[in-house]
Design a protein around this ligand. Structure first.
Ligand SMILES: Nc1ncnc2c1ncn2[C@@H]1O[C@H](COP(=O)(O)OP(=O)(O)OP(=O)(O)O)[C@@H](O)[C@H]1O
Length: 227
């Protein structure tokens, strides 16, 4: 990885099976940047994110994420790449049958953490960051939608990622709660973790002006101006 960049795609074609979704994608994101990813339904936002976390493979072009060469990514590399990325997706919600603490411990165990004290400390640290230290022992259903989404963000922070990929993280939230989650993600980017957030919510984009990248007509346009 050269200099400050956390994502670098050069002339990447993005396929879903045989269907070319995006062609010749160039994208460069630096450490600590906050970037909105916009585009109509079906324009390829989720597919682009899948390239970045190794769910879809690169056949044409060059790509790097979190220090990994995406073109040379082996099955063995994928869990390590994903430890460098925090993922906040709507279809990746909390386990409903365990507490907040157990949800977070589950991820740490699954990513190789062994030391009980370090696990406890890390869980408390990330909950502190999202302002939910007091909700440690709560079950997900005892939290509001916004609180649950903040726990999802805390979970994404567990392994100290260099980049957070957030696909419609405010999709199910009311406007006020969406702004809270947004403030949190902005805060996270300010502390050095880059955030790439796919959204259809133009109010948020207006309220929190940031760099905008757009998927349109099979291409990715870097640095779109909002009208
Ligand atoms: N698993 C799949 N197999 C085949 N085609 C797919 C698959 N997933 C998505 N596609 C197609 O790829 C294109 C891009 O879909 P993608 O989910 O990336 O769009 P999106 O911009 O994220 O949409 P949305 O805003 O609705 O989430 C669409 O034409 C979609 O039908």
């Amino acid at each position: 990885m050269i200099g400050n960049s956390i994502i670098k795609l050069h002339n990447v074609d993005v396929y879903q099976q045989k269907h070319l979704v995006l062609s010749a994608v160039n994208l460069h994101i630096d450490k600590g940047e906050f970037v909105f990813l916009i585009g109509q339904t079906g324009s390829g936002k989720s597919s682009l994110m899948k390239i970045l976390y190794g769910e879809l493979h690169i056949t044409e072009g060059e790509g790097h994420a979190g220090g990994y060469d995406l073109k040379k990514l082996s099955d063995h590399d994928i869990p390590f790449l994903r430890r460098k990325l925090g993922i906040v997706f709507q279809d990746f919600q909390l386990l409903t049958d365990r507490t907040v603490e157990e949800n977070l411990a589950f991820v740490l165990n699954a990513t190789g953490w062994k030391d009980k004290n370090l696990i406890n400390e890390r869980i408390r640290d990330v909950l502190e960051k999202v302002g939910l230290r007091s909700k440690l022992r709560k079950m997900p259903h005892e939290l509001s939608g916004g609180e649950q989404q903040r726990v999802v963000v805390a979970r994404a922070l567990l392994n100290n990622p260099e980049l957070i990929l957030a696909d419609e993280p405010t999709g199910n939230l009311d406007p006020e709660t969406s702004e809270e989650v947004m403030l949190l993600l902005k805060d996270i980017s300010r502390s050095g973790t880059a955030v790439l957030m796919a959204t259809h919510n133009y109010n948020l984009i207006r309220t929190f002006p940031s760099r905008i990248v757009k998927c349109e007509n099979g291409r990715v346009i870097e640095d779109v101006k909002m009208v």
